[in-house]
Design a protein around this ligand. Structure first.
Ligand code: FE
Length: 199
């Protein structure tokens, strides 16, 4: 068994002008694809060859001797989750049960926005900002490099890639502008709500 690059859930130019087709051609077509090619090479003929991506991540998280396998597996998972965390004409606010839970656990939607922006802006170097459900409570967390809250007993609901390759073509060094745009025009609250429902 080998992994395949999942298709984007929308056309390569569907997030423009916020995230350009050029960014997605590199980010999905080159970066995400490289993780798939690398992982397939690393796991061929090993105990991981017949495992799911999630099981590979859980089996290798925190093991320095397995960092290559973990990093590539987690980056495949994280990127697929990230594409679905955005949508053409995204942005706005969540509704229904997730909106109520955000108010309950953060105090208000605006307080969530502040926490999420801060997580993305203060992740030094490469990494991810997440909305997760852990022990029945919503939390905003940030992770470095390829790390994923899934291996920490949390259920990811939404993620934002803050590696430079996610925004440099469109925003250059202005990570805070990318983060603001992610929230105002891209975030897919329907995806987060669906993840919340089954969590
Ligand atoms: Fe990325």
């Amino acid at each position: 068994m080998s992994f395949e690059l999942p298709a984007l859930p929308y056309a390569q130019d569907a997030l423009a002008p916020h995230i350009s087709a050029e960014t997605l051609s590199f980010h999905h077509g080159k970066h995400h694809n490289a993780y798939v090619v690398n992982l397939n090479g690393l796991i061929e003929g090993t105990e991981y060859a017949e495992m799911s991506l999630e099981d590979i991540m859980k089996a290798t998280a925190g093991d320095a001797s397995k960092a290559g396998v973990f990093n590539n597996a987690a980056q495949i998972w994280n990127h697929t989750f990230y594409w679905h965390s955005m949508a053409p004409n995204g942005g706005g606010k969540p509704t229904g049960a997730l909106a109520a839970k955000i108010d309950e656990d953060f105090g208000s939607f605006d307080a969530f926005v502040e926490a999420f922006k801060a997580a993305g802006a203060t992740q030094f170097g490469s990494g991810w900002a997440w909305l997760v459900l852990k022990d029945g409570k919503l939390e905003v967390v940030k992770t470095p490099n390829a790390e994923c809250p899934l291996t920490d007993g949390a259920t990811p609901l939404l993620t934002m890639d803050v590696w430079e390759h996610a925004y440099y073509i469109d925003f250059q060094n202005r990570r805070p502008d990318y983060i603001s745009t992610f929230l105002s025009d891209l975030v897919n609250w329907e995806f987060a709500a669906a993840n919340f429902e089954v969590a």
